[in-house]
Design a protein around this ligand. Sequence first.
Ligand SMILES: NC(=O)c1ccc[n+]([C@@H]2O[C@H](COP(=O)([O-])OP(=O)(O)OC[C@H]3O[C@@H](n4cnc5c(N)ncnc54)[C@H](OP(=O)(O)O)[C@@H]3O)[C@@H](O)[C@H]2O)c1
Length: 272
Amino acid sequence: MKHIVLAGATGYLGRYIAKELKSRGYYVTLLVRNKQSFKNKMVIADNVIEGDMRDKQFYKGLFEDVDAVISTVGITRQKDGATYINIDYGVNKLLLDEALDAKVRKFIYTSVLHGENLKHLKICQAKELFVEALQSSNIESTIIRPSGFFSDMEEFIHMAKSGRVYLFGDGKKEANPIDGEDLAKVCVDAINLSDSEINIGGPEIMTHNKMAKIAFNVLDKPIKIMYIPSWIRKSLLWTVQKITDQKTYGSIEFFLTVMSMDMVGSSMVKKH
Ligand SMILES: NC(=O)c1ccc[n+]([C@@H]2O[C@H](COP(=O)([O-])OP(=O)(O)OC[C@H]3O[C@@H](n4cnc5c(N)ncnc54)[C@H](OP(=O)(O)O)[C@@H]3O)[C@@H](O)[C@H]2O)c1
């Protein structure tokens, strides 16, 4: 039975990957910083190892006879004061160093669609620094680049609940967010694929206008959209970068930037 180590299983995507790995019969070890995060999340594994994932010593000897490492570790909603360089780069680099020492065959890492063109954003700078380290190292690797997660579409619901959805430009930018369960299948397939990168999105391409309308329809509320011109978006971006630190503005600058772009990954996922 092949042994897979998964880092990030307490998160949204990671928990689907853990489930997918077990359903395909892999022996699964999860590395976590806090087992309590699993409460009520129905995560199953053969082995769960808890510790400080920022400490190099934590990983010593853990990757013996491991076939592949999958990491979804990164800062999204965490507010513990760490920087993207500490976690999105630093923790993943520690995982990579240990995987190289133990001669693990494959490393699968989740970055962001178009991340290689968004290195001016703090989050992508850290992620792509790790991608460069991974791709220049002597291990087989696949970078998964998702367009966006369905779970993030909750923002549209929150805005619609408050009565109005705010969109940038004319709302015609497109995206095809992917469901965690579908994306997990792609990540697990990657164990046996030779692709160095997979740009992936969900089965349906929607404009931001359409996403807003769906949110209002679900809530059975009248459609009210306010369009924010591009110059206001740019001034907002400039202001948050100037008056807050990167732990605060990192997620805001990412959101303000991707909402002004098409985020469409190719889809291997069938419409449900
Ligand atoms: N959301 C999107 O639309 C999107 C799109 C493209 C790519 N991505 C990327 O895909 C990856 C997975 O996303 P997700 O939504 O599953 O994220 P998530 O739910 O926040 O999960 C992130 C994982 O990283 C771990 N982590 C964060 N800070 C840590 C630290 N200081 N030490 C140890 N572990 C730490 C978390 O552990 P805890 O549970 O203990 O905090 C969790 O297991 C992320 O790198 C994200 O940037 C997301």
